[in-house]
Design a protein around this ligand. Structure first.
Ligand code: TXA
Ligand code: MG
Length: 326
């Protein structure tokens, strides 16, 4: 089993030591838990990809203690990036920038750009400061699976594949950072998150294009990602109940994630109550999907919120959870 420690100063010190000798540690950020490794140590990075079960040509996000460090890791920082960084860092946003010589191929999977993020969580910040270098950290889940928003989830996902898990309680945001590509002519949102397209557009005084240049290497942009073991069916809100009943009548074990007002008590259907309000739902989303798996259901039936604010991120993750699988 992996070691789990409450994320106090001593544990953070221990985590930094592990990182320095090339080990892996999981730590909380305000979005989801990250699986961290020394971004400048190739052996550690190989171990990171192996622990996640992630293909070696997928780029990972590099975490920095302070926005002032961005010039060391990006070859060029356009005006738009500076504005976004000044407004949203530390926070739930990743900027894709042209990489500097300090970022190796084993971090970017050979891409000429790098995803950089300055997290706002006090434990992540303390770890980055204590370690004193860039920490590469994908979400602390096995490749393609649901991200972790609690230390227990990381134990379930990675077990002994990670040396130490810093327990910092529940992640506040609950979905991964907004990824904004500022390496091209026009800033583009590659992955929606808590920093919304609307907020970014206000800062930049121009609207951002969405997704588009999603290369298949951007794993979060693969059709099936962020997926529980159970199948996920995404339907219109008014069709949730009828769809769930239909599936249950066919003998499937169904979990519905929906509002308490649905009052579903049918045999074969379990209602997991989705909290009201998109921010609360984002916070609870991955826990709910994990709970559905724990109930051993065949299928999760749910609907997506409107694509406004963080609702866009929830809808994006649900679509990918419902996406075609191999
Ligand atoms: O909230 C988060 O971003 C969390 C926490 C731990 O920071 N991290 C996270 O990392 O979600 P990961 O590796 O699970 O997802 C990172 C996404 C992937 O879809 C990856 O392909 C994309 O970022 N990415 C990384 N570098 C990129 C680059 N240079 N260009 C385009 N996409 C990139
Ligand atoms: Mg991930």
């Amino acid at each position: 089993m992996s070691k789990v420690l409450k994320a106090d100063a001593a544990a953070i010190g221990e985590a930094a030591v592990i990182l320095r000798r090339g080990g892996l540690v999981a730590f909380p950020t305000e979005t989801v838990y990250g699986l961290g490794a020394d971004a400048e140590n190739e052996t550690a990075m190989r171990a990171l990809f192996a622990a996640k079960g992630r293909p070696a040509d997928h780029p990972v996000i590099v975490h920095l203690a302070d926005a002032a460090l961005v010039d060391q890791f990006a070859a060029k920082v356009p005006d738009a990036a500076r504005k976004l960084a000044a407004t949203f860092w530390p926070g739930p946003m990743t900027l894709v920038l042209p990489r500097s010589a300090r970022i190796s191929d084993f971090v970017t999977g050979g891409l000429e750009t790098v995803g950089l993020r300055v997290p706002g969580h006090p434990v992540a910040h303390a770890l980055l400061t204590e370690f004193g270098g860039p920490i590469a950290a994908p979400s602390a889940n096995r490749f393609g699976r649901v991200s972790c928003t609690r230390a227990e989830h990381v134990v379930a996902e990675l077990g002994a594949r990670v040396e130490l898990i810093l327990d910092g309680g529940e992640c506040k945001v609950g979905v991964e950072s907004t990824i904004i590509d500022v390496s091209g002519k026009q800033p583009a949102i590659l992955r929606p998150g808590a920093v919304t397209a609307e907020q970014a557009a206000t800062v930049l005084r121009e609207s951002l294009t969405a997704g588009s240049k999603s290369s298949p290497r951007v794993s979060g942009s693969l059709p099936s990602h962020y997926a529980p073991k159970a199948r996920v069916e995404l339907v219109e809100a008014e069709e949730v109940v009828s769809r769930a009943r239909k599936l249950a009548s066919q003998g499937q074990k169904v979990v519905v994630i929906g509002p308490a007002s649905l009052q579903l008590t049918d045999r074969g259907i379990e209602l997991l109550i989705a909290p009201r309000g998109d921010e609360s739902l984002a916070h609870a989303l991955y826990s709910l999907l994990r709970q559905a798996d724990e109930l051993g259901c065949d299928v999760v039936v749910t609907s997506a919120p409107e694509e406004q604010g963080i609702g866009a991120a929830i809808a994006d993750r649900l679509r990918r959870a419902a996406g075609p699988r191999d």
